[in-house]
Structure formats: structure tokens, C-alpha cells
Design a protein around this ligand. Structure first.
Ligand code: GLP
Length: 243
């Protein structure tokens, strides 16, 4: 595991975008596993600006996103599909048919998750998986206590996750209670993983992930068992980490 300690959010974003760019340049048809949330927004801004400057070409890139709320349609502004279009897909030359996110409105949860897991396997798995971290240590929407071997599945969101994500919604009641997510197993099959963290409110989770016991009660701790993980985190997020 490599840990890059950077000054602030801006530097984290630039460093993460550089890692993603290196992946795209080395392998133009890379499968990128992408994430949502406020953490990667700056990373996507850098990617868009480097695309506009002619440095990057997304024409062969394929994307498999980590997760999606259940019961929310793609054109809903709260959907992760909408988020990805707004922050990345609409601004680069990625082909819409090469962008994949679980179907939040699929009728049967089991059918949605099996189809998504199959698709990821058919594509050969992510070459690089980008991750944020929840305040309770979740990755994707794998909440504490979820099995380490899980494939894509439907989860009931933890109270703390609903609380943390309500800032994106008008009312707390509007936050979906369930979501589809790649499982820990799906994430661990990625060839490379880049974990981002910024801000003091991630310090406790990051300390647990990097220095605490490897346990499903802190899902991000499993990343220490992966052979190629890069953590890019700012000083505030790393403030409780000793090493
Ligand atoms: C959500 C997402 C995660 C993300 C986490 C942290 O629950 N499903 O993929 O990493 O929130 O979000 P943020 O980056 O906004 O702190």
C-alpha cells in the first residue's frame, strides 16, 4: 500500500486525477471503476480540464460505477447516474454505451445486482477502482458488518450514512433507504485501487482502515489485503494516523 499525504483537497484531487490519467494513457481502453460523493468531484474537474486541453482521450474508456440508490431513476438529480453525467460523462468524449451504473429502477433487486456483477466480470473487472470512504468506514455502500466476499448486492443503508448523505437532499425522508453496490469481493478483484479521503471528518475512519484490525466492521480495512492500493489523503484526513 502506498500512502500519499497531501496538503489539502485540491492537491488530493490533482494527484488522484494524475493517477487516473496515467491509467488511461497507458491503456486507452481501461475499465475504470468510478465513485460518487463530494470527495471525487475535484478529481473529475481535473480530468475534464485535461481532456479539454487535449491531454486525455476517453473514446475507448469504459466505466463501471460503484453504486446507485435503489428506487431512483437515472434522470433524477439525486441519482448517481445523473451525478456522473454532470461531473464527468457530459464533458468528455466517453461513449454513453461505455458507461455502466446499476439500474436504480430495475424491478427486482436480485436481477439488477446479478446483471451488474456479470457485466463487470464480462468486462474483465476494473483496471483501476477509485474509492471514497464513508465516515463509518464504508466503501461503495458496503456498510459495517457486510461480508468481505460479497458480490454486487442490495444494501439497507446505515443510519449514519443516511444522516451523512441527507445534505444532498431537500429532506431527510427523501434519502433512499436502500442502494445497490459492488460488493467487497467485486472491489477487491480490481487490479488497482485508489482510495481518496479529505477532511477531519474522515480521520477516524481512515485511522481504522490503515491501522486498526482488518474487520468487516470497518469495511475499508479490507483494502490492506489488496496487492495494489494507493491512498491519497490530505493532512486533515491523515491527522490520526501515526505511521
Ligand atoms: C457515499 C458513497 C460512497 C462515498 C461516501 C463518502 O455513501 N456511496 O461511495 O465514498 O458516500 O462520500 P463523500 O465523498 O461525500 O464524503
Amino acid at each position: 500500500m502506498w500512502i500519499y499525504k497531501v496538503k489539502d483537497y485540491q492537491e488530493m484531487s490533482r494527484r488522484a486525477a494524475a493517477l487516473l490519467s496515467a491509467q488511461i494513457i497507458a491503456k486507452p481502453d481501461s475499465i475504470l471503476g468510478l465513485a460518487t460523493g463530494s470527495t471525487p468531484v475535484g478529481t473529475y474537474e481535473y480530468l475534464v480540464s485535461w481532456y479539454q486541453a487535449g491531454v486525455l482521450d476517453f473514446s475507448e474508456v469504459r466505466v463501471v460505477n460503484l453504486d446507485e440508490y435503489r428506487g431512483i431513476s437515472r434522470d433524477d438529480e439525486q441519482s448517481y447516474y445523473y451525478f456522473m453525467k454532470k461531473h464527468l460523462f457530459d464533458h468528455v468524449n466517453i461513449r454513453p454505451e461505455n458507461t455502466h451504473i446499476p439500474d436504480g429502477c430495475g424491478s427486482y433487486a436480485e436481477a439488477v445486482t446479478q446483471a451488474y456483477e456479470t457485466l463487470i466480470r464480462l468486462l474483465g473487472g476494473a483496471d483501476l477502482q477509485l474509492l471514497g470512504i464513508g465516515r463509518n468506514g464504508h466503501i461503495g455502500f458496503n456498510e459495517p458488518g457486510d461480508s468481505f466476499t460479497e458480490t454486487c448486492h442490495c444494501v439497507a443503508l446505515a443510519k449514519s450514512t443516511i444522516e451523512a448523505n441527507k445534505r444532498f437532499f431537500t429532506r431527510e425522508e427523501d434519502v433512499p433507504r436502500e442502494a445497490y453496490t459492488m460488493g467487497i469481493g467485486t472491489i477487491m478483484r480490481a487490479k488497482k485501487i485508489v482510495l481518496l479521503a479529505s477532511g477531519e471528518d474522515k480521520a477516524e475512519a481512515l485511522r481504522g482502515a490503515l491501522e486498526g484490525p482488518i474487520t468487516s466492521w470497518l469495511p475499508a480495512s479490507v483494502l490492506r489485503l489488496h496487492h495494489d492500493v494507493t491512498v491519497v489523503a490530505d493532512e486533515a484526513a491523515l491527522s490520526l494516523v501515526n505511521g
